[in-house]
Write a protein that binds this ligand. Structure first.
Ligand SMILES: C[S@@+](CC[C@H](N)C(=O)[O-])C[C@H]1O[C@@H](n2cnc3c(N)ncnc32)[C@H](O)[C@@H]1O
Length: 216
C-alpha cells in the first residue's frame, strides 16, 4: 500500500467507532444533537443514494470505500442480488463481514480489503457507489474512470463542497489526526465527471455535499 493509503487505513482503523456512531446514534444527547444539526446532509445523502440506486432488487452493486457497510447492507436488505464492498481499512472490512454474517447475507456479499485501483473484478456491476469517498482521494479522476469501467448502469458519488465553513474546519481537524481531505467546487465536479467519460449525469447540492448520479 502506498503511503497516503496507509495513512487513510490507519486513520479509519482508529475512527471506525466514532464514524459508525453517526449512523447508530449511540452517542450522548449533545452528540446526537450536533450530528442532526451539522451532519444532516449525511442522512439525506443516504436517502438520495437509495432513491437513485432503484431498482435495487435483483441487481449487483459495488460499494467503493464501503466503511462499516451501512450502504452495502442496506442494498442487501432491499433485495440486491450481490454486493461487493471494498475498503482500505481492515477494521471496516471485518465489521462488514461480521454484520453480513449476522444478517445471514454472507453468500450475497463480498467484502474485500483493497483500493479500487488494485481491484480488477471479473464482472461488471449494475451500480457502483462512492459515498463519502472523494473527501479522501488525492487524485479523483482515475478513480471515477475506474468506477465507470466497472458498471453497466450507473455510478453514484458524493463530493464535499469547497467554499463552506465546514471545509477548512474538517481539513484542519482531520489533518491533525493524520488524515488528508479534499474539497470540490461544482465546476471541478462537473469537469471530473465529464473527463471520466460521462455525458448523462445530474449533480444535486444536498447541504454541504454535491451528490452525482452518472449513467454509463
Ligand atoms: C467516510 S468513510 C465512508 C464509508 C461509507 N461509504 C459511508 O458513507 O458510510 C470513508 C471510507 O473510505 C475508505 N477509503 C479511503 N480511501 C480509500 C481508497 N483509496 N480505496 C478504498 N477505500 C478508501 C476509508 O477507509 C473509509 O472506510
Amino acid at each position: 500500500m502506498s503511503d497516503p493509503l496507509l495513512k487513510q487505513k490507519d486513520y479509519w482503523n482508529r475512527a471506525i467507532d466514532h464514524f459508525d456512531s453517526i449512523y447508530s446514534h449511540e452517542k450522548s444527547f449533545i452528540g446526537n444533537l450536533v450530528d442532526r444539526l451539522v451532519r444532516w446532509d449525511m442522512y439525506k445523502r443516504f436517502q438520495y443514494t437509495m432513491d437513485k440506486a432503484e431498482p435495487i432488487s435483483g441487481r449487483t452493486f459495488l460499494d467503493v470505500g464501503c466503511g462499516t457497510g451501512r450502504y452495502s447492507l442496506e442494498f442487501i436488505a432491499r433485495g440486491a442480488r450481490f454486493v461487493v464492498g471494498i475498503d482500505v481499512s481492515d477494521k471496516m472490512i471485518e465489521t462488514c463481514r461480521e454484520r453480513a454474517m449476522k444478517m445471514g447475507a454472507a453468500d450475497r456479499t463480498g467484502f474485500l480489503l483493497t483500493d479500487l485501483m488494485q481491484y480488477n473484478p471479473d464482472r461488471q456491476f449494475d451500480v457502483c457507489i462512492g459515498i463519502g469517498l472523494f473527501d479522501y482521494i488525492r487524485d479523483p479522476l482515475p478513480v471515477i474512470e475506474k468506477m465507470r469501467a466497472t458498471v453497466t448502469g450507473k455510478v453514484i458519488m458524493s463530493f464535499p463542497l469547497l467554499w463552506t465553513w465546514k471545509a477548512p474546519v474538517r481539513k484542519v481537524q482531520l489533518g491533525l489526526k493524520g488524515c488528508d481531505s479534499f474539497f470540490y467546487t461544482k465546476g471541478q465536479v462537473m469537469a471530473l465527471v465529464m473527463e471520466a467519460g460521462f455525458r448523462d449525469f445530474t449533480i444535486e447540492k444536498i447541504g454541504q455535499l454535491y451528490c452525482v448520479t452518472a449513467m454509463r
